[in-house]
Design a protein around this ligand. Structure first.
Ligand SMILES: [Zn+2]
Length: 464
């Protein structure tokens, strides 16, 4: 019998440890881990590289500043180069999902290099009643933006497919919507993703900071205090505990938020925690200019140290990028931090940052890295064991990384839509060099090989 392909001579990262085995693949799946070399059409020399389960990025914004048929091509290209084999889109639509979802699914199907899945944002009350419809389309997780309302309720929605036109909308995710989404998700067996910042506290903080002519990333952090994260965490956790709903707090990056979550877990709420590479590497003390403006803000050096500790103690479940595919021209709108756009690209730098700052600096092990970037994410979002692990029967989603490769970060290296990166000039050690999705090499040495449209939509079941 002849199989499609085999990866030879790599160190394979499994949940139980690293083994030196050959990975045999056929029809997109892993068929065995073996010491033999079976008959295969293609032999991939692993050259002593590390084989990790393909990275799942649970948190990606694309389709906001360029329409999805373009954004999926550019951003999944960077994803592939960066070792990501499944990207999860934070879909943000106004109006009816029943009316507007299909055009996004159709355009998405022909434009991704890697596999993708979708979280649906619920921004208006009428959308709560469409959550069940979304689950039938394989979208079984929902995002709540508790930061949106009042004076800080303006947000760019996803563009209409085929139309390169920014769509601004004013929304108010009040407690009534939050409660209805949580109860409905519990009934449907879905997980709720929460952006935990209290819009009233943030509105007030920003008004005050502007009034006092404050500026800079320190002022940005002060205007959206960690206490506003704590308030939202407490409110959502109370509701989820009563409703029996699973919560997933996105982009946690402050000590106060971690403390609040630990308290709520002890109270009995089922909570998962995501952090992002920037909360592990950037602080308002270390960053000049406004490029690193993001919500919630990057905090102090002490906060980054604390988030590393929480990662090391396995109190953080996943790492997502919160990637925003925007460009410098739009990002820096004026002279102050208040004029700049929040959010920046990160999907191409997640793995090199974590390999360099995490594994190579001895802060985390390869097992921890693979749990945080693949296994846990697949389990939480209903993709395990299809995704998230290198084992017989799973999709052959694999990233080969070179732990010794050193390179300087630049936007050109990453070749996405964005013309900047907050890590510009960083010299990182440890890079993905080959990315396989379902047994096919989609990217190699910073170039994509496959065609857009290879990536498949991963529909997810509800949990029991
Ligand atoms: Zn986000």
């Amino acid at each position: 019998m002849t199989f499609d392909a085999v990866i030879l001579n790599s160190h394979v990262v499994l949940p139980s440890g690293t083994v030196d085995k050959n990975i045999v693949m056929d029809e997109g799946k892993i068929v065995s881990l073996t010491n033999d070399t079976p008959q295969c059409d293609t032999k991939i020399d692993g050259r002593g590289l590390v084989a990790l389960p393909g990275v799942i990025d649970p948190h990606v914004h694309y389709g906001v500043y360029s329409p999805i048929e373009q954004a999926a091509v550019t951003e999944s290209r960077v994803a592939a180069v960066g070792g990501i084999t499944t990207m999860m889109r934070m879909l943000r639509l106004g109006g009816s999902y029943k009316r507007n979802l299909d055009s996004h699914l159709i355009e998405s199907a022909r434009s991704h290099y890697v596999d993708y899945s979708i979280h649906a944002s619920i921004l208006e009350e009428s959308q709560v009643d469409e959550m069940e419809f979304c689950t039938k389309k394989g979208i079984t997780s929902f995002k709540l933006y508790m930061n949106l309302g009042d004076e800080v309720g303006h947000v760019y929605m996803d563009m209409k497919p085929g139309k390169n036109l920014l769509v601004e909308q004013k929304v108010e995710v009040n407690e009534k919507i939050v409660e209805r989404v949580i109860y409905n998700a519990s009934r449907l067996g879905c997980t709720v993703l929460v952006h935990a910042e209290d819009y009233q506290m943030c509105s007030c903080g920003i008004r005050e900071a502007k009034h006092n002519n404050k500026n800079g990333l320190g002022a940005w952090s002060e205007s959206r205090p960690a206490e506003s994260e704590v308030k939202s965490i407490t409110t959502a956790s109370d509701m989820a505990r009563k409703a029996g709903c699973r919560l997933y707090f996105v982009h946690i990056g402050s000590q106060a938020a971690m403390d609040a979550i630990s308290r709520e877990k002890k109270n009995g709420t089922t909570i998962f925690v995501e952090t992002c590479p920037h909360y592990l590497t950037l602080s308002y003390e270390s960053q000049k200019g406004y490029l690193a403006k993001v919500m919630p803000p990057i905090r102090s050096v002490n906060d980054t140290a604390r988030i590393w500790q929480e990662v090391q103690s396995n109190n953080v479940d996943t790492i997502g990028t919160d990637h925003v595919a925007n460009r410098l021209g739009l990002k820096l709108g004026g002279d102050t931090v208040w004029d700049a756009l929040a959010g920046f690209p990160g999907i191409g730098t997640m793995m090199p940052i974590l390999l360099s700052e995490g594994v190579n600096k001895g802060r985390i092990t390869l097992q921890q890295l693979s749990n945080l970037t693949s296994l846990n994410t697949a389990k939480i979002f209903g993709m395990y064991p299809k995704k998230g692990i290198i084992q017989k029967g799973s999709d052959a989603d694999i990233v080969l990384v070179d732990m010794k490769a050193e390179k300087k970060v630049s936007p050109e290296l990453l070749s996405g839509y964005s013309d900047y990166t907050v890590y510009d000039g960083w010299n990182l050690k440890g890079w993905p060099v080959k990315t396989l999705v379902r047994g096919t090499v989609v990217a190699e040495d910073f170039k994509v090989i496959e065609k857009p449209g290879y990536g498949k939509f991963i529909q997810r079941p509800v949990s029991a």
